[in-house]
Design a protein around this ligand. Structure first.
Ligand code: NDP
Length: 466
């Protein structure tokens, strides 16, 4: 991008680096406002909006009532069992809604650093403030949930015991919030990048930066609800296992650890989220709302649900050979290490260069999370592309690492049911699609500099292979 097309807002940090957060680029605005039909356009997203919740109920029904066997979706008995087992109750509605309100209260009231987001093209490059109190809110949630369980005010085992009704409440909430946000946005005239197709706009969303007071609803929905519920589904199943058998199996411990690592990483790295693509580009529609309120927490947990059901059906928890268990743990922990350090390398690199880095000493801090004097490409756009550390090995190695963890979540359940592999396979498809969208966007944004980056780092997922 030529200088004449770039509106400079504050001085450049030094001769070598340009602070991307201080530049508003007109080309970004053009790319940002372009309407691109994704996911098969209006018909495709309509199918997803109705098909995905149906699939959620179907897979849960097979797990809950048929030991994880995929039985015919036309079996009426299955559907009557699902209706009976997943009808929302007043209790499940209270639990889900109070949990969301409690998390919102924490997001609103807890202290934390304020981080500037990426320049928002539709706001002429304005950078919004994000209150990052995720970590303290996460710790507060842990303490409060322990007290609730310990004093018997809310038994955590009720989560796995009411899984079906809770899932239905989450699904209904996902649709309701989507409609509400859409209608409010249109009434306020705050819609952006609209396609003119109702279903497509409901799916992709109408509003870009929805806020309730100082809480950014997009960031709240991404971080505070899905992963926390996922973690508590596993904690709940683990406590139940302990109550039933007097011990917690290595497989169930694995799931608690896996989900702890994920939710903890989201909380400890929250300050990296305001500058992500999701915050500056994606709108707040069904895709983000439903996915975070219902999709992630109630489908990514199939491994836990399977282990729980199997232990009840078999009268004992699922046990694997020591080698298989070690393999699963090794895959999880090595995947986590690469994922955490790769995300941290890129985010810290850009934050240090921009002068926005705040050392937070959160747990765990891993070796190689920060690169010393890394190599990078200075793009004409102004942004820097890291070519060192994991980012010099493969362009999306953090996706590979995320997938390693996802497959480990499946492997820990053995090979008895395909349903526990739903998450890794689905996630693989999501990430491949995300790579495709991201590469296209970056190629447009950075032009020849992106070609140079792809030349210097030719592999996407696995060095030497792809
Ligand atoms: P990335 O972290 O890969 O971010 C992509 C953006 O980073 C690009 O658009 C570009 O943005 C910038 N970028 C790309 N290459 C470089 C480079 N070499 N140096 C500096 N900046 C670069 O993707 P996501 O935001 O999709 O994912 C973040 C994490 O979240 C991942 O670890 C992923 O696995 C995880 N995730 C998990 C999901 C789940 O459901 N479990 C779903 C989605 C993601 P710019 O325009 O700023 O240059």
């Amino acid at each position: 991008m030529e200088d004449s097309e770039t509106i400079e807002k504050t001085p450049i940090l030094n001769s070598k680096t340009v602070n991307p957060d201080t530049k508003f680029n007109k080309n970004d605005q053009i790319i940002d406002s372009e309407i691109i039909f994704e996911f098969g356009g209006p018909w495709g997203v309509t199918a997803i909006m109705f098909g995905f919740p149906t699939l959620m109920f179907y897979l849960w029904g097979c797990l809950q009532f048929y030991h994880g066997h995929l039985i015919s979706p036309f079996n009426m008995e299955l559907w009557s069992q699902i209706v009976e087992g997943a009808t929302p109750t007043w209790y499940s509605t209270k639990v889900y809604i109070l949990f969301c309100l409690f998390e919102f209260f924490l997001a609103y009231s807890m202290p934390g650093p304020i981080i500037k987001g990426a320049p928002v093209s539709s706001l002429e490059g304005k950078q919004l403030d994000y209150l990052c109190n995720g970590l303290i809110s996460w710790y507060a949630t842990l303490v409060i949930s322990y007290l609730l369980h310990y004093y018997g005010w809310f038994r955590l085992t009720d989560i796995i015991g009411n899984f079906g009704p809770l899932m239905t409440v989450a699904v209904i909430t996902g649709f309701t919030v989507t409609l509400l946000i859409y209608v409010i946005t249109v009434i306020q005239g705050k819609q952006y990048r609209m396609s003119g197709y109702l279903m497509y706009d409901l799916f992709m969303g109408a509003v870009l930066n929805p806020r309730l007071g100082k809480v950014d609803l997009k960031m709240f929905a991404e971080i505070r609800i899905p992963w926390v519920i996922l973690f508590y589904v596993s904690v709940s199943a683990a406590i139940k296992e302990y109550e039933m058998f007097g011990y917690v199996s290595s497989s169930m411990c694995f799931m608690v650890l896996a989900h702890f690592l994920y939710v903890n990483a989201c909380a400890k790295g929250e300050e990296c989220i305001p500058t992500t693509w999701d915050m500056s580009y994606e709108k707040f529609g069904f895709m983000l709302i439903f996915w975070n309120l219902a999709g992630v927490p109630f489908t990514y947990c199939y491994a836990t649900v399977y282990l729980h059901i199997t232990s009840i059906d078999n009268g004992q928890p699922l046990q694997h050979s020591a080698y298989w268990t070690y393999f699963c743990y090794a895959l999880l922990l090595s995947g986590y290490y690469i994922w955490d350090t790769a995300n941290s390398q890129k985010n810290r690199f850009r934050m240090i260069r921009n002068g926005t880095y705040i050392p937070r000493y959160t747990f765990p801090q891993l070796v190689w999370g920060t690169l010393k004097d890394p190599t990078f490409i200075q793009t004409k756009h102004g942004n820097l592309l890291l070519t060192a550390g994991w980012w010099g090995i493969a362009r999306k190695i953090h996706y590979t690492a995320d997938l390693m963890m996802a497959f480990a979540w499946g492997f820990i359940t053995g090979l008895n049911t395909p349903i526990t592999y739903f998450y890794p396979v689905f996630f693989l498809i999501v990430l491949v699609h995300r790579v495709y969208r991201d590469m296209k966007r970056c190629a447009k944004k950075y032009g020849k500099d992106w070609e140079e980056y792809c030349r210097q780092v030719p592999y996407i997922f696995v060095p030497g292979i792809y």
